[in-house]
Design a binder for this molecule. Structure first.
Ligand SMILES: [Fe+2]
Length: 489
């Protein structure tokens, strides 16, 4: 009897151990091969291509299944399967794939995962550009969170951005996705922003928190997190990427402002070539470090370097709108050229989509926008921004006590309407804080530009621009040092 009891207990224990191990094994495998940090990015031709990235904790095969919305069913019976790459990065497995030959102006559904393990993501969607002059997009900046709670707070802002911009076809994230580039942070970002990153095409801009090799050991993170087609040049790939794309009647040039001090001649030449050779009606420049702002970073040497470089290029190439981040406050300039307000700007008020809108009509210069942070780290207004920044401001404010921000831009042929919003931290109530609009019938047209983007061109440019470095140091000493001394008293 005693022996029988012992045997029964042993069998029970063995059974429990087996069930327990089996259960853990299933759970562990599900977690290990579950797609994380999924995103769909603009890649080359916005009408026919998209890039995809996701991660898994375990090493497994990786595929994407996709299908046109008109043929969709939950099992992707009519879908196409394409294999993705598998590369180890910082202890995880990074998977990338590019879809090509897509139909313009078409909604697609997709899922990513492991066919071998039969583990799949939720179903996402993206829409391809139809090439006409009518589209809209969302812009956010500087989530820069370091806790799941703060990422989730920023995701509430993104939820409202999507609700207020139901026709948006892509979202521009102006950089500083995370704070320290830890796996944990990217997992939190991926979790909190999965809805946005799998329902809109993402246009990521490299921020200093995911690419500044001078301050952090986060080399390669930006390019590992996002699948992008870099512009030609020797400095792509280490601390971020610069690239461009056309959307509708607009051209978007995406700068890597980690590539400095000041910006490398290769990238500078590539930007000039890129913005000169396009015949798009509208030209947008997207970069992380704002060159017009009144936050705490505006007087720092890296920002002064950006000002020297970017303002010159914008004026030379006829950029209409610059969108930036980095300084965690709201700032929009008037029409600006040559670092001064275009006093000759005229305005006209018309109905646009059922509301009265005042447009700057055929304006000279460019509008620089810093749409404040979508996150919870917010800066106050710095009244000591170097001249003539404050004189160029149309709207500047801190959103510290208000909430996270988003903007949307609607382009309809010769009209561009921009609106900025703040989302209350507690109630998620949305309040419009700014708007601006431009009407423009005459575009610049394309010109040939063959500035060198190879390493030799970079060295030549470095030597040629030596005077700029000297000028930068003098500016820094004469502007910032007196402010620092004044701040002591
Ligand atoms: Fe930043």
């Amino acid at each position: 009897m005693k022996k029988t009891a012992k045997r029964t207990l042993a069998v029970l224990l063995a059974l429990m151990t087996f069930i327990s191990c089996f259960g853990m094994s299933v759970s562990a495998e599900t977690t290990e091969f579950e797609p994380l940090r999924i995103n769909c990015t603009m890649y080359g031709d916005s009408q026919t291509q998209r890039g995809f990235t996701w991660y898994t904790a375990g090493n497994c095969d990786a595929v994407i299944e996709y299908v046109e919305a008109a043929l969709f069913d939950v099992n992707f019976t009519n879908g196409v399967m394409k294999r993705a790459s598998v590369d180890e990065f910082e202890g995880y497995y990074c998977h990338k794939v590019v879809l090509e030959g897509l139909k313009p102006g078409t909604t697609y559904y997709y899922r990513v995962g492991s066919k071998r393990e039969d583990v799949w993501s939720d179903i996402g969607k993206f829409v391809t550009d139809n090439g006409d002059g009518s589209f809209s997009f969302i812009a956010i900046a500087d989530v820069q969170a370091s806790s799941l709670e703060n990422f989730q707070q920023a995701a509430l802002v993104m939820d409202q951005a999507m609700a207020y911009s139901p026709n948006a076809e892509f979202v521009v994230n102006l950089g500083d996705f995370v704070n320290d580039c830890r796996n944990e942070e990217w997992n939190w970002y991926g979790e909190a922003f999965e809805k946005a990153n799998t329902n809109l095409t993402l246009v990521p801009v490299a921020g200093n928190h995911e690419g500044n090799i001078t301050n952090k050991f986060n080399i390669g993170w930006f390019n590992s997190m996002f699948n992008l087609l870099p512009g030609e040049g020797p400095t792509n790939g280490v601390n971020g990427t610069y690239y461009s794309y056309d959307y509708g009647n607009a051209h978007f040039c995406v700068v890597n402002s980690n590539d400095m001090y000041p910006m490398s001649q290769a990238q500078r030449n590539w930007i000039i070539n890129d913005l000169t050779e396009t015949d798009a009606h509208w030209k947008f420049l997207l970069l992380h470090r704002a060159v017009y702002s009144a936050g705490k970073n505006i007087n720092k040497p890296d920002t002064l370097a950006m000002r020297e470089t970017i303002i010159d290029i914008v004026d030379q190439t006829g950029v209409d709108v610059v969108l930036s981040g980095h300084d965690h406050m709201y700032f929009r300039t008037k029409q600006v050229a040559g670092d001064a307000v275009c006093e000759d700007t005229t305005y006209v008020t018309e109905y646009f989509n059922g509301e009265e809108v005042t447009f700057a009509k055929e304006p000279n210069g460019c509008v620089y926008i810093l749409p404040s942070t979508a996150g919870t780290k917010r800066y106050s207004v710095n009244e000591n921004a170097i001249d003539p920044i404050n004189a160029c401001a149309d709207v500047k404010l801190s959103t510290s006590d208000m909430g996270g921000c988003f903007s949307n831009i609607v382009v309809e042929n010769n009209k561009l309407v921009y609106k900025a919003y703040v989302v209350n931290d507690e109630t998620q109530e949305v309040t419009q804080i700014d708007s601006y609009a431009i009407m423009k019938d005459v575009a610049d047209g394309a010109q040939d530009s063959y500035l060198p983007t190879d390493p030799i061109g970079t060295v030549d440019g470095f030597l040629f621009n030596f005077t700029e470095y000297i000028s930068l140091i003098i500016t820094y000493i004469t502007k910032l040092i007196p402010q620092l001394i004044a701040g002591l008293f």
